[in-house]
Design a protein around this ligand. Structure first.
Ligand SMILES: Nc1ncnc2c1ncn2[C@@H]1O[C@H](COP(=O)(O)OP(=O)(O)OP(=O)(O)O)[C@@H](O)[C@H]1O
Ligand SMILES: [Mg+2]
Length: 349
């Protein structure tokens, strides 16, 4: 079963399945927490119980996070576990395990759960502090040798139970911070190898205005595709090919090379797609809408559109899909005829 985050790029190209562990990785301030918050807000009405663990964060961040969850009515189904920066290192060390135990309790009762650990870099530093105080021998980057097993023990608890065990699940979204995009540092590589995939946020994309700043080429979901709805998977596969081809070609255009007409078309489509994939924070979208824009894009309905008009079109499309009540299991022709109908009426206005 898929776990929808409500984020276009993730639900279509880097899907997360229930019971999986997906790492959110990137430099400071690129929107990692925002992605996690969106994922929680999107669980409203979906019967997924959430836990948000804040480890070693500033008081202002803690207050802000709770505030966002409250304003978006997410507190009805979300537990927040806080060990802020001023808390004792022992408490900060235990916070993610406490959060995990809470989620595990719900999971054992047969519920689907989602846990966010924000973030495990701070957690590793706290563990380093404790270990050094206990005079344990320091290893790489002065972290104790067993930091890998500490994080593995935490994340391995995320799982999907079979029906004999009640059928609950725990999905984990751990967050890790890199410095200057260095994913080969000790803690990030550890976590990459423990998790089922990573969502990589990139500074250049962020400053270039592509937000959420998710780098599609460097993000992977190793097994999420298996949990995806076959129809979404098919559309997303076509779209991804177009996008990767575009990214490759775009590099050439930087040198001012003259392009053939067919390449020109690929680039035009890619630019439109990039515009479509942009998304504000705290605005999760449902999967039917994702289906509609992918169908529209794959059938070339966006091809003649000006970049400036894309966002207006998308918001009308969102309203239309919600009104129509179209579901994913409807055949593709139904989607195509509905979507192209809306595009025609919209174009006349
Ligand atoms: N999709 C988005 N669209 C526009 N702005 C965004 C988006 N996502 C994040 N931002 C902005 O980026 C900033 C950083 O976001 P956020 O706090 O989620 O990042 P972070 O990686 O968790 O940062 P920190 O290192 O402080 O924990 C916020 O001010 C937010 O407004
Ligand atoms: Mg954050």
């Amino acid at each position: 079963m898929p776990l929808y985050t409500g984020i276009k790029v993730i639900d279509t190209l880097i899907p997360v399945g229930k019971g999986q562990r997906q790492l959110l990785i990137g430099d400071e301030g690129l929107g990692r927490s925002s992605v996690a918050l969106d994922a929680i807000i999107n669980q409203r009405g979906k019967d997924v119980t959430c836990v948000y663990v804040l480890i070693g964060q500033k008081r202002s961040t803690v207050v802000n996070t709770i505030d966002i969850l409250r304003k978006n009515h997410a507190l009805d189904y979300t537990t927040i576990v806080v060990a802020e920066a001023s808390a004792l290192p022992g408490l900060q060390h235990l916070a993610p395990f406490a959060g995990c135990a809470i989620a595990e309790y719900w999971m054992r009762q047969g519920r689907d759960t989602l846990v966010v650990y924000d973030d495990l870099s701070t957690h590793a530093k706290t563990y380093r502090e404790l270990s050094l105080l206990l005079r344990r021998p320091p290893g790489r980057e002065a972290f104790p040798g067993d930091i890998f097993s500490v994080h593995a023990r935490l994340l391995e608890r995320a799982t999907c139970l079979n029906a004999a065990h009640g059928g609950g699940s725990m999905t984990a979204l751990p967050i890790v911070e890199t410095s200057l995009g260095e994913i080969a540092a000790y803690i990030p590589t550890n976590l990459i190898s423990i998790t089922d995939g990573q969502i990589y946020l990139d500074r250049n994309l962020f400053t270039g205005g592509f937000r959420p700043a998710i780098d599609i080429a460097r993000s992977v979901s190793r097994i999420g595709g298996k949990a995806q709805h076959p129809r979404i998977k098919k559309e997303a596969g076509r779209m991804k090919l177009d996008y990767l081809q575009f990214l490759e070609l775009e590099v050439f255009t930087r040198f001012g090379a003259r392009l053939e007409a067919s390449m020109e078309r690929v680039i035009r489509r890619g630019r439109v797609l990039r515009e479509i994939l942009k998304q504000d924070r705290l605005a999760p979208l449902d999967i039917e809408f994702q289906m509609s824009w992918m169908v529209a894009f794959n059938d070339g309905l966006f091809d003649e559109m000006k970049i400036e008009d894309v966002s207006v079109f998308l918001s009308t499309l969102k309203k239309q899909v919600a009104q129509s009540g179209l579901r994913l299991d409807k055949p593709r022709e139904d989607w195509v005829s509905a979507v192209s109908g809306w595009f025609n009426t919209e174009a006349k206005l």
